[in-house]
Design a protein around this ligand. Structure first.
Ligand SMILES: Nc1ncnc2c1ncn2[C@@H]1O[C@H](COP(=O)(O)OP(=O)(O)OP(=O)(O)O)[C@@H](O)[C@H]1O
Ligand SMILES: [Mg+2]
Length: 429
């Protein structure tokens, strides 16, 4: 073995072997099944305590074959009878070396994923983000279903990924499925899989996302888009931890942790008869809510800084800065697309602006350039009712955007529908 480049330690008897294995971590163990006091299987067990991935090869006499076979169940890689086949021994050890190298590579990739999806990648100074970050390690470690609420672009997928990366399932897959992207017929086969011939076009049997996520996490994005019948099947999985492929006779068990998200108001969906109440109670175990960016404006400066650095490092340029006038507009804008819109705005500006000068107002997209000047304020004396104050703000905003409904809604950070409703109320309709 040494002439093949392996580093070998030879110990003379079983007791010394036991002590050596007990003291350090070894990559491989070659031993006999039978010895004076401590048999090979016992040595194997001791060795695996310090290195569960250790490669063990047991050498047995002809009459000890069943002991050696049993060793395979204890985690041994191979066994041999005398006379020894040295080439085979070397091949087994080489393969184990390769496996260990790949295992190390996976760990390295995981560390990289941690850098990318670890907690410090969820940027924010607000109390809301701090509270969520504080909970991620504990919630990640549990197997509880997590419901993530938040508007589009608020970071739901980023949070789901961080939960998976902070769980004991991190070496198993994180499978994602957007429930709104597929037709009702397709979604059930995507989720639960199907057997050959289950429906026209099912020429082969296929595993669904649940099976792919076995041992890991399944992230169901926009759960509110599922039909009532698919919701029933999902509920059954949550209760029984088993599912049935379309067209299959028997259910199969899978070990999957669920993370679900939605932009919809599920209680309103229940009222409207579009969402099952029993399913809601099953998924509403741990709920994390990402507030819209306009309600946590203190996150904007750190996010801007984060995205400026990210854009610079991917373009290989120095980190750009933003003038105070740009920052003031970024801080005042309503961000209907939340963090995603902010990220795209910053990335777009860095790509198109002069790389040697700070980012100017002229580099901003039109809707941010056109934001009304904050010095053109309105005076609302103390004692004004909330309703009256709101009316005056809306009126003044309208004037500042020349009566453009769409821009007024953007500046105010409300939907067009909400704005129309308010206007109708003021007009006494
Ligand atoms: N707190 C944050 N820190 C850093 N980046 C963030 C943060 N929140 C969101 N992002 C980034 O913003 C983008 C949108 O986030 P994400 O895809 O998680 O949103 P989402 O809520 O899933 O949106 P949708 O509802 O449209 O699917 C991503 O590029 C994400 O990395
Ligand atoms: Mg998403």
């Amino acid at each position: 073995l040494e002439s093949e480049g392996f580093e070998v330690t030879v110990v003379a008897d079983d007791v010394r072997a036991y002590n050596a294995l007990d003291e350090g971590s070894w990559d491989a163990l070659v031993t006999e099944t039978r010895s004076a006091r401590i048999d090979g299987i016992r040595l194997l067990q001791v060795a695996r305590r310090t290195n569960p991935d250790l490669c063990a090869v047991l050498i047995a006499e002809q009459d000890q074959i069943d002991v050696a076979t049993h060793a395979l169940f204890e985690g041994a890689h191979d066994h041999q009878t005398r006379p020894l086949n040295l080439d085979k021994l070397i091949a087994v050890l080489r393969r184990a070396e390769e496996t260990a190298r790949l295992r190390g590579r996976i760990q390295e990739l995981n560390r990289r994923l941690d850098r990318k999806y670890g907690l410090h990648n969820i940027v924010g100074n607000s109390a809301a983000i701090a509270a969520i970050l504080a909970k991620v390690p504990q919630i990640g470690a549990s197997d509880a279903t997590v419901l993530i609420l938040g508007e589009t672009g608020s970071g739901k997928e980023l949070l789901a990924t961080a939960l998976h990366q902070n769980s004991k399932r991190r070496n198993a897959p994180l499978i994602k499925l957007h429930c709104g992207d597929l037709s009702e017929g397709l979604i059930e086969s995507e989720l639960f899989g199907h057997e050959k011939g289950a429906f026209t076009g099912a020429v082969q049997s296929r595993a669904g996302r649940f099976e792919m996520a076995d041992g890991g996490t399944l992230f169901l994005d926009e759960l509110g888009d599922l039909s009532l019948s698919t919701q029933a099947k999902l509920l059954r999985f949550i209760q029984e931890r088993e599912l049935t492929r379309l067209g299959a006779e028997r259910p199969i068990r899978v070990d999957v942790r669920l993370i679900v998200s939605t932009q919809r108001d599920l209680r309103a969906e229940i009222e409207a008869g579009r969402f099952r109440e029993d399913l809601f109670y099953r998924i509403n175990v741990v709920t994390l809510e990402l507030p819209p960016l306009r309600q946590r404006r203190q996150d904007i400066p750190v996010l801007v800084d984060h995205f400026l650095r990210e854009a610079a490092s991917s373009a290989g340029t120095p980190v750009a800065t933003a003038t105070p006038a740009v920052m003031s507009r970024l801080l005042r804008y309503s961000w209907p697309g939340n963090v995603r819109e902010l990220k795209n705005t910053i990335t777009g500006m860095v790509l198109s602006a002069d790389p040697d000068a700070p980012l100017e107002v002229g580099d901003l997209p039109p809707q941010l350039q056109e934001l009304p000047d904050p010095s053109e304020g309105i005076w609302i004396p103390l004692g004004t009712s909330a309703e009256e104050a709101e009316r005056r703000v809306i009126e003044a905003t309208f004037k500042s955007v020349d009566g453009d409904m769409f821009r007024a809604a953007q500046v105010l950070g409300v939907s067009l529908r909400t704005l129309y409703r308010r206007l109708n109320i003021y007009r006494g309709e």
